[in-house]
Design a protein around this ligand. Structure first.
Ligand code: ADP
Ligand code: MG
Length: 318
């Protein structure tokens, strides 16, 4: 019994509460979950269909990978590292920070802080494990031309780090179109193959090229298919090399929604389903930022507040 519970909770995104709901509903092993339609699982354990689909996909993925000894399997799970965002509030919202072997998507309007978090993570990933880092280097794929070395320096110096050294641990590439953006993942693999200890891959932004290139071109199917493939490449990279992937996403206006937030992430379901964690960012009162976790299987859909200051992402106002 204890062993079965351990297995369920080992699914990325399944904590005590959902594990119990699963068991109560008769889903006592991964196979039972893997063969259940999302809508049915969603009803049985009272989560959204999107969350159910993530759990099912994880179960399927685990089963395929599962011809491992239990020991190797346990080791794999223990490898996951959580990189601090610089804000305890934000870290807590994410269950400890930005996870390796996962894709974290931040979406929100212009100026909501997506790029700032990307800069902060590129510094923080370099910290030792005990300080919330991953003792690694960062890759920054910049599609909008908003990467700023000066900002990296500013954040590094505020943390008492050597600015030059911090900069030299970040590989930056400007992606000029969506094909180039895809190709750059091969370059990341080459760096890894050369032994570079890359622990964070930033794609800022994930969707701007895809969006621009496919505007007004009949159906969205081609774009979605390409984006879908790209997300899977990212997920594989994260899993294979135990690294964290942080992607940013724009929102588009939804004039048809009169109440609530009239915005929606680009790429819709495709990006949403492939992301392990989705963070919705917006400006709050008095220069604060509000982060909301969306559709997370293990964590409640919660909100928290943080600040962007001259010294970086923080819980405290400047
Ligand atoms: P997004 O990528 O979501 O469009 P950004 O991450 O670029 O948004 O956020 C930009 C905001 O971050 C600015 O409007 C400003 O409030 C804040 N910001 C950027 N740099 C600094 C800095 N050096 N000191 C303080 N705040 C900053
Ligand atoms: Mg930006």
């Amino acid at each position: 019994m204890a062993e079965k519970e351990y297995k369920l909770k080992d699914l990325p995104g399944v904590g005590t509460t959902i594990a119990k709901k699963l068991e109560d509903a008769g889903f006592t092993d991964l196979m039972a979950i893997a063969i259940t339609p999302p809508i049915e699982l969603a009803e049985a354990i009272e989560v959204s269909e999107n969350v159910a689909r993530k759990i099912i996909n994880a179960a399927r993925r685990f089963l395929k990978l599962d011809f491992d000894t239990a020991l190797a399997y346990e080791k794999k799970r223990k490898e996951i590292i959580k990189i601090t965002t610089g804000s305890k509030n934000l870290d807590n919202l994410l269950g400890g920070g930005i996870e390796t072997k996962a894709i974290t998507e931040a979406f929100g309007a212009y100026g909501s802080g997506k790029t700032q978090i990307a800069h902060q993570l590129s510094v923080n990933v370099q910290l030792p494990l005990e300080e919330g880092g991953a003792n690694g280097k960062a890759v920054y794929i910049d599609t909008e031309g908003t990467f700023r070395p000066e900002r990296i320096k500013q954040i590094a110096i505020a943390k008492g780090l050597d600015a030059e050294k911090t900069l030299s641990n970040i590989f930056v590439a400007r992606a000029f179109n969506s094909d180039h953006q895809i190709l750059l993942l091969d370059k990341v693999k080459e760096l890894l193959a050369k032994g570079e200890p890359i622990k964070l891959v930033v794609v800022d932004s994930l969707t701007s090229h895809f969006r621009a290139e496919y505007i007004g071109r009949g159906t969205l199917a081609d774009r979605q298919q390409k984006l879908n493939r790209y997300m899977h490449l990212l997920a594989r990279l994260a899993e294979q090399y135990n690294l964290a992937v942080y992607v940013t996403n724009q929102v588009m206006a939804r004039p048809d929604i009169l109440f609530g937030d009239p915005t929606q992430a680009i790429g819709g379901h495709i990006v949403g389903h492939a992301s392990t964690y989705r963070l919705y960012l917006r400006k709050g009162k008095k220069n604060s930022r509000v982060a909301k976790l969306i559709d997370s299987p293990n964590l409640p859909d919660n909100e928290t507040v943080f600040f962007i200051t001259s010294y970086g992402v923080s819980d405290k106002e400047e």
